[in-house]
Design a protein around this ligand. Structure first.
Ligand code: 26V
Length: 800
């Protein structure tokens, strides 16, 4: 097969030929979107060759494969990533430029595939990159959402959500695979009878059938040896749709399943829709894995030996009863044999200790929508209750651990009971699971629990996003870190080297200029690139405490206004965050940030010292700009609440200093860089727990007695802004400041000043940043994946 990327001449010829064949236009006549699409197609077709070879190698070696089931994959843009991983970026860049095409313009045409919310979805995407790059057979399974997470606009200082039509140009990376379509059944009833041999037979008569259509996207590993698959399922009408329902209703109901990421679940309809989505992609995914397994082996006896399935949070946990159903109802396995296969196949990752994210479904919904699945869950629950009483002698734990309780199905309990491994996403988080959130399970099955500290793919987040820094690193320590990120540790030898320090500062300045140009272009605001770029970018949530930062800014502003001798070192404070559409408090914080920004940025006395920027529509591509340009990485969650955080790792790897609490993976960052090279502040988890458990924290007393705090909190409701922020005020005072914002206020301000002290000493600052880069190799998702492979998946590298 010819390699159209072999050299720039072959590339140019093929590229021109395809544009003419496809669009009937010459390069000069073609629209930029057409140029993008054709380049995309060429890459995809080239990937298909590797796909074919990869599938063959896996088949021949009868290799075990891993499937990552996740409701979210935040893939971002793929053009650069694919070109880089294929090792053809330079050839294409040169070829295009000889055709007078700027590759960056094509890169900018691509819309982010924003199939998810936040950290959990981006982690899934980083894992796919690491799996393929390390040559492990590991694939993704998700929904092909018609719209990504909403696009965020700001109107009158408030968040407005508009649809994210990410597939306007089509999705050039995907291939529709009708031959692998699967029917998924909902509703109806279950018939059971005994056959002649006395075996129980079960038949589900659905009221509603949906065709699940797979679209496959190639996941190209670095060096492009192995190519894995991200399979996205789309819902279509089935051939023998149930004639009982009205045709229009049926078509709507079908399409609704894949329309949105996390549809609003404030109504009953919304809740059932989410449940439908979950079962839809789980059932489709499992059915297609079983079909290909049977094709290869002719039996399911060895299913768990050849297939590992990782459940990304509880969203795909219906996998557990669904695999039981398939094994028993369709392949005649007995319960115990089926259960062994199920437990050996699944492993579950927990990403959060926040109570509202621990999913529970009303039994009635599950029963009506998935009658056979519900029966199986009941039986799993019944047997678990029996075991906990008779095997473990712990009847007292039934209330805490059972799956069915108080009219609800507890999905995390089902996940723990039905899988062989449960992991948290950072050391501290896993400890919290073991000694708090899941302690009752830990008491009966400690061997199932393990930690897998998150990671990020250094290919996207360092090599692709920050070519300037990557090139300095290659010149300084050689290119070994590209394949072995732990090798970044070699940079420790140069952290005191003045020339490298200076080079680093120059590069940081260049990245800050790139971000400044973006801010100018999108918001028409000038920022001072010599000021400290202080960035907090992540989902907006009370526990992440964007509020702490904005209240500190407000206090410093008051202070500067009343005392002309008091001035801070110039800072540009940048926020980027989406709030869930129904999360009122989070939306109020966005509004507050805008009001404070408006006041501060327009105050000529102050504007030279602080500028506040809220960048709308945070996503993967914007994160690439932010993490590379930051001086300071804000990681200020209430201790004990952030599972891990992954932006903290991206910032660190690009040479930013963490200003953070002792929480999530910050703990492991500081373990590596030392307390001298990060600014850690505030209450620790044990202190937060102690204050809460002993009822020692009284927000209203703090508000009454602390002059500075009183002033900023009062500012929320008394006349500083043309609107009042009573919702925020109430959240702090009526809920006893659940997230300890006031409790950490002064410690945070101290941290703020510490940072400016450090920053003023430019060489010392550069040294701190270099230490961070040098120590960041551990946080490559390559390391995380190796640990999952070793402890949970037991898959092998594919030799090609
Ligand atoms: C929960 C819910 C609740 C209902 C509304 C929709 C929705 C969507 C997602 C979730 C789970 C969020 C879990 C999550 O993203 N956790 C983040 O996972 C990251 C990767 O492990 C981790 O770094 C972050 O600390 C953690 O917050």
């Amino acid at each position: 097969m010819t390699n159209v990327f072999e050299n720039k001449e072959i590339f140019k010829e093929e590229y021109q030929r395809r544009i003419i064949e496809h669009y009937g236009r010459s390069i000069d006549q073609a629209h930029i979107t057409e140029k993008f699409m054709i380049l995309g197609e060429m890459i995809r077709d080239h990937a298909s060759i590797h796909w074919y070879e990869s599938k063959n190698a896996i088949q021949e070696g009868q290799e075990k494969q891993m499937y990552y089931f996740s409701m979210e994959f935040l893939m971002g843009r793929l053009l650069t990533n694919n070109l880089m991983n294929m090792g053809v970026y330079d050839v294409v860049n040169q070829g295009l430029s000889e055709l007078s095409i700027n590759i960056h313009e094509l890169e900018d045409i691509e819309t982010d595939a924003g199939l998810g919310n936040g950290g959990l979805g981006r982690l899934a995407a980083c894992f796919l990159d690491s799996l393929a790059s390390l040559q492990y057979p590991g694939h993704g399974n998700c929904i092909r959402y018609e719209y990504g997470l909403f696009k965020q606009k700001i109107e009158n200082k408030e968040q407005v959500e508009v649809p994210d039509c990410w597939m306007r140009l089509g999705n050039v990376w995907e291939i529709r695979k009708p031959k692998h379509a699967v029917d998924v059944k909902f509703g109806g009833h279950v018939n059971m009878w005994m056959d002649a041999s006395g075996k129980t037979k079960v038949e589900h008569i659905p009221s509603f059938v949906v065709r699940a259509m797979p679209y496959d996207m190639p996941i190209v590993g670095a060096g492009a040896k192995l190519t894995n698959t991200l399979r996205l399922w789309s819902s279509e009408v089935a051939d023998d749709a149930c004639n009982a329902i009205n045709l229009n209703d049926y078509v709507n109901e079908v399409h609704e399943i894949c329309r949105n990421v996390y549809p609003d679940d404030s109504t009953e309809h919304g809740k059932i829709l989410r449940l439908k989505q979950q079962y839809f992609f789980v059932a489709a995914g499992l059915n297609s894995i079983i079909a290909s397994h049977l094709k290869a082996y002719g039996t399911l006896d060895n299913f768990a030996e050849k297939v590992a399935i990782q459940l990304n949070d509880t969203h795909p946990v219906l996998c557990i009863p669904e695999l039981m159903r398939l094994l028993m109802d369709e392949y005649q396995y007995e319960w115990d044999d089926a259960w062994t296969i199920v437990k050996d196949t699944f492993a579950y990752t927990n990403h959060t200790v926040m109570n509202e994210a621990l999913e529970k479904w009303q039994m009635q919904y599950v029963q009506e929508l998935l009658p056979r699945i519900y029966m199986i869950i009941e039986e799993i629950d019944r047997r678990f209750r029996y075991r906990i009483t008779h095997q473990y002698g712990r009847e007292d734990l039934i209330e805490k651990c059972a799956i069915l309780q108080h009219g609800q199905v507890h999905m995390a309990n089902l996940a723990i009971i039905g899988s062989h491994s449960i992991n948290g996403v950072a050391a501290l988080h896993t400890e919290i699971l073991k000694d708090d959130v899941m302690k009752h399970f830990y008491a009966i099955c400690p061997q199932k629990f393990n930690n897998k500290t998150n990671g990020i793919t250094h290919r996207r987040w360092l090599l692709n996003a920050n070519p300037q820094l990557s090139s300095l690193l290659k010149k300084t320590i050689g290119g070994k870190f590209v394949k072995e990120p732990l090798n970044l540790i070699e940079l420790m030898k140069y952290v005191d080297n003045k020339k490298i320090q200076t080079n680093f500062l120059e590069i940081k300045l260049e990245r800050k200029k790139i971000l400044a140009a973006y801010i100018k272009k999108t918001m028409n605001i000038e920022v001072d690139v010599t000021s400290i770029f202080d960035i907090q970018s992540k989902r907006l949530h009370a526990y992440k405490r964007q509020l702490l930062s904005i209240l500190n800014i407000l206090d410093l502003y008051f202070h500067m206004k009343e005392d002309p001798n008091f001035r801070i070192y110039p800072r540009t404070i940048i926020f980027a965050a989406k709030a869930a559409p129904s999360y009122i408090f989070a939306k109020e914080v966005i509004k507050l940030i805008h009001y404070v920004a408006d006041m501060v940025n327009h105050d000529t006395e102050i504007a030279d010292y602080m500028k506040i920027i809220f960048l709308p529509n945070y996503g993967v591509s914007m994160a690439e700009l932010l993490t590379t340009a930051a001086d300071v990485s804000e990681q200020i969650s209430t201790a004990g609440k952030e599972g891990s955080g992954t932006s903290n790792m991206k910032f660190m790897m690009n040479g930013a200093i963490t200003c953070g609490t002792y929480d999530g993976a910050n703990v492991e960052i500081v373990e590596r860089v030392g307390f001298d090279n990060a600014v850690i502040f505030g209450l620790r988890r044990e202190e937060v727990m102690h204050l809460k458990n002993e009822n020692l924290y009284h927000a209203s007393d703090v508000y009454k007695n602390d002059v500075a705090i009183h002033r900023v909190i009062d500012g929320l409701i008394h006349g500083i802004f043309p609107v009042d922020f009573r919702i925020i005020f109430n959240e702090l005072l009526n809920k006893n400041d659940e997230y300890m914002v006031m409790a950490d206020f002064h410690a945070y301000q101290e941290a703020f000043f510490k940072i400016e002290e450090y920053y003023k000493d430019r060489m010392r600052w550069a040294r701190m940043c270099l230490v961070n880069i040098a120590q960041s190799g551990f946080f490559s998702s390559d390391r995380t994946i190796e640990q999952y492979v070793e402890d949970i998946w037991h898959i092998h590298k594919i030799q090609m």
